[in-house]
Design a protein around this ligand. Sequence first.
Ligand SMILES: [Zn+2]
Length: 465
Amino acid sequence: MKLTFHGGVEGVTGSCHHVEAAGLQFLVDCGMFQGGREADGRNRAPFAFKPRDIDFVLLTHAHIDHSGLLPRLAAEGFAGPIYATAATCDLLRVMLLDSAHIQEKEAQWRNEARNASRARASKPIYTARDAERALKQLRVVAYNETVQPHPALRCIYRDAGHILGSAIIEAWISEGGRTTKGVFSGDIGQPARPLVRDPTPVSEADFVLVESTYGNRLHRSMAATLAELEHAITDTLTRKQGNVIVPAFAVGRAQEMLYLLADLHRKGRLPPMKIYVDSPMAMQATQITLRHMAILDPDTAEVMNWARKQHNGMQVNFVQDVEESIALHQIKHGAIIISASGMCDAGRIKHHLRHNLGHRENTLLITGFQAAGTLGRRIVDGAKEVRLFGIPVPVRADVYTIGGLSAHADQGALLGWLGHFRRAPAHTFVVHGEAETAAMFAALVRDKLGWPDVVVPRTHAGVTI
Ligand SMILES: [Zn+2]
């Protein structure tokens, strides 16, 4: 059996692992590279395998850095099934089409900019039509049930507790009368987080791939995080009489924020609030989340049912039309506006920042990771003034960075998850981490767990197991 790492190593994006065994070829994830200047080139580079030779794809979850190149794979000849949980399939219908629209728009902008210089025309990485084609290849897999994509391969998807529908994949591969068990962690969630369940423990493997996004740090506790959230909102709405602006990823973080606000309000820790969710994609993702309540943490249903009945203390409005979104710019106090993009680089959030950032009574609540080079990061780093739509806007609002809401397990939780294995896997591959973090976490697994063969693979490196 041969395993080759084509992405999601030496970095956290572009996850793609290629397995060749028993005359079969399959991928675990086929993600886009994101961030940095070279991402576009890597997303356009020829695949290191022939797409038409891939028999099927096992998909861990819907995030674009794990799923985003599926439309290109299909456009280049991959015609097999893509196995994913029902919630992942629902999220992909929103996310892959959105990603395709972004690719098409970016190509259009580039072409408009290049027209003057008569440079070569820019093509989108893929189109909405390619995304539609890939979506037709989805096959739903239930958690904890055996699926057999081929007589030589049996899999079970377990809840990874990372985002709605996320999975750890256990795979039993039979070849030459021998069965090898591999575990693909996908992205693993932090235990005791809102909405999702805790990651499922796994007890056995011949080889394991484990993510290491935060293999070098510990997250802030949920109790401290909630206390900070309570303070920021109460102070803004009650004392300062301003608005709270929350940039949030439309899938995941926006729903978590709604849950946390409802839960804190229900417990009497927050004043009456008018919440506006100003992102059509966040609205779709919230509807999908509500449809899949059965796979979420049991607390979620209780809080959401409470929120549905409550009409005085906490109003939630989903804003769809552009006109309604523009009307929000006139609100001077008492609103909590949750909007995308999560890093303030695009979308409606930029308009809300333009209207709110310059006033001391308002608060900007940062709840997610802000990559270097983004507007969100500049504000977090203390910029006194930012440019929005070419206009300088002073940063006078309070800026709170709420840690502790990460969707990824921290060092302790990753070690805890690995600690459930009853014996050391023969091979451990530390993936999905920046080079230094992955190396540090690999050393920790060797030292703390005493596991013998723990390596950090390089891009396109292949190993025979
Ligand atoms: Zn993820």
